[in-house]
Design a protein around this ligand. Structure first.
Ligand code: SDX
Length: 428
């Protein structure tokens, strides 16, 4: 029984609504019995005031720009941890010992290969297919090849499916890139790190050895950490909803990939770099800021704004710093970075953005880095999906293991026609 109650009066009836308190963050009003007690639904399109579940994975304080994974600040994890270690943390709840991390990394590395038949699956796509279209198709098809880890009632099968998904996403993403440029697929090389393996499968060729650049490997690994999980965002909520019906884990992650692709969500990193390219030079920025403010113009500053962050996205801070590291390591310089910095500076001085609390988000600078490393913009969201897979599977596991879990089935405010009789076509 909750210690605290809220009171709701509706149609001359007053009910007590339990108030539940988490370890940190807003309390929630438990309205699970509301419809039974009042005959009314709540109404919250976009779920701006709705908590869909209980979770111990990730905490965000949007006003303070705080992001914690199992209690650890994203800035500390990005600076001191690795994507494999953060993956272990998200999946298991605690930072691993060295042996635990070695075991986990070994297990993941032993699942990096894809069933050989899947490589022919790619051949069904046009060479210019968007990598996210390929990711949706190939990940959804995994259940046809790894049927032995689709029984979600079996914790061992859930664990194997989770490891397979985390391990195979780099291979699938790299193959999508190779297919788009007409180069042969490279098999994983498990003597490399998770991220080094991905870089080699993406940029290596059979004709010569591929040297992983440590600074690029570190930057890429950090980018994966920054994208690993983010509370109940649209794609994670999609994975949870698909999983609530009992769908197999591969189908659930394919649903998450599809949702992430949207430009309002994970597709924003591709859109943000395309926007910077369209703006071109800093002198054009004021024109685009005015367009972003114009209600009659659909143009938005991509990589800006966030449903939760009404302060600087802590991931964008790390991302901006990483740009310089990659530029120095690769001895490159992309003038678009200066344009991005100037755009941020001017936008954050503008009353429209200040009043609406619009700040750069994780997608604003990531494209500049990924482009410097050599990825085409069409691969940016595929990289987001690669990294977010561990968050999706961790959230999916948490949901399946939750004794309170039931199929997600929202209701509605119906505003269509009330009942009426059919009229035969000759009488209309
Ligand atoms: C991600 O949820 C997550 O955690 C997502 C994510 C994750 O890790 O999973 O963090 C990853 O998706 C980051 C967001 C990437 N998307 C973009 O960068 C696309 C551009 N941003 C927006 O479209 C928008 O900011 C959203 C979709 C991110 C958030 O939209 P909300 O919370 O629904 O806010 P809104 O659209 O209601 O905007 C509030 C106001 C509106 O003006 P009014 O109607 O109140 O006058 O701010 C305006 C919007 O028009 N606005 C913008 C803007 N974003 C919001 N105006 C110009 N440029 C923008 N980018």
């Amino acid at each position: 029984m909750a210690d605290k109650q809220a009171t709701l009066t509706y149609n001359d009836k007053t009910i007590d609504v339990p108030v539940l308190e988490g370890s940190v963050g807003p309390e929630v009003l438990d309205i699970r019995k509301l419809y039974g007690q009042t005959g009314a639904f709540t109404y919250d399109p976009g779920y701006k005031s709705t908590g869909s579940c209980e979770s111990a994975l990730t905490y965000i304080d949007g006003d303070e720009g705080v992001l914690l994974h199992r209690g650890y600040p994203i800035g500390q994890l990005a600076e001191q941890s690795s994507f494999m270690e953060v993956s272990y943390l998200l999946l298991n709840g605690e930072l691993p010992s060295k042996d635990e991390l070695d075991d986990f990394t070994y297990t993941i590395s032993r699942h990096t290969m894809l069933h050989e038949q899947l490589s022919t699956f790619y051949r069904g796509f046009r060479r210019d297919a968007h990598p996210m279209a390929i990711m949706c198709g190939v990940v959804g098809a995994l259940s046809a090849f790894y049927h032995d880890s689709t029984d979600i009632s079996d914790p061992e099968q859930r664990k194997i499916a989770s490891h397979r998904l985390v391990a195979k996403m780099p291979t699938i993403a790299a193959m999508a890139y190779k297919y788009s440029v007409g180069q042969p697929f490279l098999y994983p090389d498990n003597s490399l790190s998770y991220t080094g393996n991905f870089l080699r499968m993406t940029f290596g060729v059979p004709a010569e050895p591929y040297e992983v650049v440590p600074a690029v490997e570190k930057a890429m690994d950090r980018i994966f950490i920054l994208h690993a999980d983010h509370e109940q965002n649209a794609s994670t909520s999609t994975v949870r909803l698909a999983g609530s019906s009992g769908a197999n884990p591969f189908a659930c992650i394919a649903a998450g990939i599809a949702c992430l692709w949207g430009p309002a969500h994970g597709g924003a990193n591709e859109a943000a770099l395309n926007m910077l390219r369209e703006i071109g030079t800093p002198d054009k920025i004021p024109h685009y800021i005015e367009r972003a403010k114009d209600k009659n113009d659909p143009f938005r500053l991509m990589g800006f704004g966030h449903r939760v962050y009404k302060n600087y996205d802590p991931r964008a801070t790390v991302m901006q710093k990483t740009v310089r590291e990659v530029f120095d390591a690769l001895k490159v310089n992309d003038p678009l970075f200066e344009t991005a910095l100037r755009l941020e500076e001017l936008a954050l001085q503008d009353d429209y953005f200040i009043e609406k609390k619009l700040f750069p988000n994780v997608d604003f600078y990531s494209g500049v880095i990924l482009s410097a490393i050599g990825f085409p913009t069409t691969m940016f969201t595929a990289l987001f999906a690669l990294a977010r897979t561990v968050g999706w599977v961790a959230q999916w596991n948490e949901m399946i293991s939750d004794p309170a879990q039931v199929i997600g089935r929202p209701r509605q405010l119906y505003t269509g026609p009330t009942q009426r009789d059919y009229v035969p076509v000759g009488q209309r």
